[in-house]
Design a protein around this ligand. Sequence first.
Ligand code: UTP
Length: 293
Amino acid sequence: MQAIRKAVIPVAGLGTRFLPATKAIPKEMLTIVDRPTIQYIVEEVVASGIEEVILITSEGKSAIENHFDYDFQLDTVLKEKNKVELSEELTNISNLIDIVSVRQKKPLGLGHAIWMARNVIGNEPFLVLLGDDLVMSDVPCCKQMIDLYKDVGESIVAVQRVPMNETYQYGIVEGEAIEKERTFKVNRMVEKPAPGTSNSDMAIIGRYLLMPEVFDLLGKTTPGHGGEIQLTDALLALSNLRGMYAYEFEGKRYDAGDKLGYLKAIVDFSLQHSTLGEPFRKHLESICNGCGI
Ligand code: UTP
């Protein structure tokens, strides 16, 4: 079985749901407590044992590449001012992992963004993490998926249960439970189903472990929902070709590309922060009158 060594992180979307904040700043660079969203995602990849990240970027997203680069001028100034800890922290970020960037010249959809990584990935299974999807968990979500892959040896999509009246907002998976805990064999997938057209509440979140055959399938996929090349269409074809599993990961997922999801992430990640957590909890308690946070 081939090891999972590479992770694709598409960050080339327009971020229209978060305008005007995202007019000049990539949504992946919006801050959750003290780090941009994208740093949490790259840290999850690193903690899962991945060796290389492929960022799918676009015009206006260079701040993301710069964030993970080494800034010689800034580092020199920090050292001159004897700000040793800050200098070390920034150097550590630039040393986190090897990053390759590929440009998606037009925002033709998530499926197209992933297809752009085909030459860098080659013929091996790989991970995909959406650049605005955060998961808070004890074991990194990608690590959970890699562990499952070692047993099932096929593609895996991470899923979460959502209320039935919200399924139309997600890619929905239908499948049947197998012997392994939290794991389902995928039978059908449908992108944003109209009410009443699917009885499943398993929604795909922004973590995928995919077999390289997906690239050929993406190359043949015609524009679907919203005129974009949808990843879900190619995933359905891949599940018919080789089989696929849905995995109900352990943890909590936040859509940080959505204003409300972003606010929830800030509150929950702040409460977990090593130094800010306690004073922030006190503040919340003071404004919500002993609501038991
Ligand atoms: P989203 O569905 O969040 O789309 O994409 P978006 O365009 O970024 O944001 P909204 O909906 O306009 O607010 C999910 C992920 O796929 C990437 C995005 O950057 C995000 O990480 N993506 C999407 C691309 O890289 N290219 C695309 O053409 C579309």
